[in-house]
Design a protein. Structure first.
Length: 462
């Protein structure tokens, strides 16, 4: 049985974002039975500018590419040349992602099996700190004329491969290759052994980079499926590609169910401040519109008003700053022909400018009764109304999905998440924990506690 050819390949690009940046050079060696039988090398016109720092790194400048073919012009011929070969590259998913996107632009769905020499190096020499191609070539005394040029790097990679084969027995080498192919979708800097215990249960997961820098915190009802899913979309998602390039360590925590996973995710993001979590990050002081029972217009208060009991009036909306709060109220006023002056959005007396252009029904100068204006405004704001805490004190929310023996109790007071416990007795000890209002936890809790039965939750006042 003839083994598939090994394609030692390297690409140079205009940047690191596979979905937007383009290839500027491709070189590949086709190896069969330990012999180079053919090679492919070509500059590629990316049809876009090359950043100065990239040109400085690779030595490839725009004027060198004027007469070079675009990828679409060589796509069919190159695809035929590749055949069913195994692509061998250093940090293989990077090169593969660029190839897949370039073929996609050319109207072709390209797929290939990969062998990543960066991952191989980490398996072969786990005691070494440096595994980049330059460090490996220096370690094995392999010289190359031009670093970061595709042809030189592809040839150097083949020389490194031969050095590894001479260093290890055939059985050891084949075992390493078999293991690499089995984990070919995983990030190059991540030890596959870390993923062996990933459960299929709900929980949160944490991705760390170099020196345990927190990169990303996520949650799922199926931890294993979600974590592995990150590494199967890196060719079509720049964020996933950045994550796959940087992740070196993974941790996870199991939870009883979806509610626990969402609350813990929000808590960890605010504690660790991972660099790739844009949502759920710690917010500044929140604001809300408070409409007193006897008032004619709302007033802007701190979101801490939610902790005040009893509350004399109604709260509308929770905003990350006063500007967002005012812009939201201003947009509602314009949509419903409410008076911005009566609502306190602008100063002055008498007829407002909005009434002069037909965007106010005249509450500012008596054309519309104040009571009717207030009623219309409250109706318009109804969809933003903040849920008032319906319990006299703290509660314990029990989550135990049907058919499981795992349960957890989450302690909540005034929409503030205080922590979780493995029993109701332990939950009672958390009632004195200082409360800190968090917008994301409020949204999670209000969504789940609105219909607790639908989520399999049991609420016990403490």
């Amino acid at each position: 049985m003839t083994e598939p050819a090994l394609i030692f390949i390297d690409v140079e690009t205009t940047g690191t974002r596979a979905t937007r940046d383009r290839i500027t050079e491709i070189a590949a060696l086709k190896v069969v039975n330990g012999q180079v039988i053919d090679q492919w090398s070509s500059l590629i016109n990316p049809a876009c500018t090359i950043p100065a720092q990239i040109s400085h790194l690779t030595g490839i400048h725009a004027e060198m590419l004027i007469d070079a073919p675009r990828f679409g012009h060589i796509a069919t011929a190159f695809r035929e040349w590749l055949g069913d070969g195994l692509l061998v590259a250093h940090n293989a998913r990077f090169d593969y992602s660029f190839l897949r996107n370039e073929f996609k632009r050319a109207g072709q769905d390209f797929r290939a099996s990969l062998i990543c020499t960066l991952r191989l190096s980490r398996r072969l020499a786990p005691q070494e700190r440096q595994h980049n191609l330059a460090a490996l070539l220096d370690r094995y005394g392999i010289t190359t004329i031009r670093h970061h040029r595709a042809e030189d790097d592809a040839k150097a990679l083949w020389a490194l491969w031969q050095a590894w084969q001479e260093e290890h027995s055939q059985a050891t080498w084949q075992r390493l290759l078999s293991d690499e192919r089995r984990h070919r979708t995983l990030p190059a800097n991540l030890d596959s052994a870390q993923l062996e215990g990933l459960p299929t249960r709900p929980g949160v997961y944490l991705f760390y980079g170099h020196n345990r820098l927190p990169l990303y915190v996520g949650k799922s009802v199926n931890l294993r499926s979600r974590v592995l899913g990150h590494f199967q979309r890196d060719h079509q998602d720049d964020k996933e590609m950045r994550l796959a390039q940087q992740v070196q360590h993974i941790e996870w925590e199991e939870t009883a169910g979806d509610l626990g996973a969402q609350l813990r995710e929000a808590q960890l993001v605010k504690t660790l401040m991972p660099i790739m979590n844009r949502q759920l990050r710690k917010q500044r002081k929140l604001t809300t519109w408070h409409w007193p029972h006897a008032g004619t217009h709302p007033e802007l208060l701190s979101g801490d008003a939610l902790l005040s009991q009893p509350l004399s009036g109604t709260l509308y909306g929770l905003f990350r700053n006063a500007r967002d709060a005012k812009n939201t109220l201003r947009a509602i006023a314009e949509d419903h022909q409410l008076c911005p002056r009566v609502l306190g959005l602008e100063k002055g007396k008498g007829r407002c400018f909005a009434s002069q252009v037909g965007k106010c029904r005249g509450a500012c100068y008596g054309q519309e009764p104040t009571e009717l204006h207030a009623q219309r405004a409250k109706t318009a704001l109804a969809e933003l109304q903040v849920s008032v805490w319906p319990w006299p004190g703290s509660i314990a929310v029990k989550e135990q999905p049907t058919g499981t023996a795992v349960a957890a109790w989450y302690v909540v007071r005034q929409w503030c998440y205080l922590g979780s416990a493995a029993s109701l007795e332990k939950a009672q000890t958390l009632t004195d924990v200082p409360a800190s209002f968090d917008l994301d936890s409020y949204r999670i809790l209000s969504r789940f506690l609105r219909y607790p039965d639908q989520h399999g939750l049991t609420i016990t006042p403490l």
